[in-house]
Write a protein that binds this ligand. Structure first.
Ligand code: 6PG
Length: 264
């Protein structure tokens, strides 16, 4: 597994890197094959979607893309909290992905029935590797409590679940969520954490610095078995990490610092 931590001077630079990397991966998809992309909710993904919509409408072979979600809130698709609504308003309304290639998690449905339905849909549509569907690209955010997708601390059983998607619950709001499970996430070809802003510097340091107790955090359990793990951060979110000189941080041109974490 390749692990790469790249720290950018700004969110714009992160967005430029992310979108170039994603575009290259999509456009390299052989004819006749699809690129399966699992999207995340959150403020950083929203910025990246807007950047894609503004700059990559004609630079990506969008007809090759199959869109899924790594998690969804159990709300209607037009609800302010819907990840689908956010993605539609920031990206899907502006790029020519055929509607048939967009696989929405139905937040308005019964959560347990929908988690089963969606698991079955992913099983049928996303090509498997060792009998588990393998997304080409899985986007993830990082919560300040160390959650990712909708796997919250204290719910590590969602990592070992034999199901592809499960029903989760937000610890504070008790809002039901449908989330990809850890095994599915860790089966992806590429997993990209997108982490920006000062508010994430503590948790990012905790997770990436392998601080005491971090092993209990969902985000610290993300290690794609035979894939690529990217941590893309701006320098505000990496504020504490820059102190971890032991990570052999190398100065790079447009990138503030590029750190190759140990390959496992
Ligand atoms: C969601 C996301 C969630 C998000 C993190 C970070 O549905 O909210 O899947 O995991 O990515 O909470 O969100 P921010 O980037 O907005 O801090």
């Amino acid at each position: 597994m390749i692990k790469k931590l790249i720290i950018f001077k700004s969110v714009d630079q992160l967005a430029a890197f992310f979108t170039d990397d994603l575009a290259a991966k999509i456009n390299e998809t052989p004819d006749g094959r699809f690129f399966s992309w699992a999207l995340s909710g959150g403020s950083t993904p929203k910025v990246l979607f807007q950047y894609l919509a503004q700059n990559f409408r004609k630079k990506i072979s969008w007809e090759k893309v199959l869109v899924f979600w790594s998690d969804e809130r159990c709300v209607a698709p037009d609800d302010q909290q819907s990840n689908y609504r956010m993605t539609k308003e920031s990206l899907l309304n502006y790029v020519p992905i055929p509607a048939a290639n967009i696989f929405r998690i139905k937040g308005e449905a019964d959560p347990s029935e929908e988690s089963e339905r969606y698991s079955e849909a992913v099983m049928q549509i996303v090509p498997s590797f060792n009998n588990i569907p393998r997304f080409d690209f899985m986007m993830l955010g990082l919560g300040e409590d160390g959650h990712t997708a909708s796997i919250f601390p204290g719910n590590l059983h969602l990592f070992d679940s034999k199901h592809l998607f499960e029903v989760a619950e937000h610890p504070q709001t008790k809002q039901k969520r449908i989330t990809a499970t850890g095994n599915l996430i860790n089966h992806s070809a590429t997993v990209a954490f997108l982490v920006t802003g000062e508010a994430k510097s503590e948790i990012a340091y905790h997770v990436l610095g392998h601080q005491l107790g971090s092993e209990k955090l969902p985000a610290a359990q993300i290690f794609p078995n035979n894939g690529e793990l990217l941590w893309l951060m701006d320098e505000k979110a990496a504020g504490k990490i820059l102190d971890l000189r032991s990570l052999n941080i190398y100065p790079e041109q447009n990138i503030l610092e590029q750190t190759y974490l140990k390959t496992q």
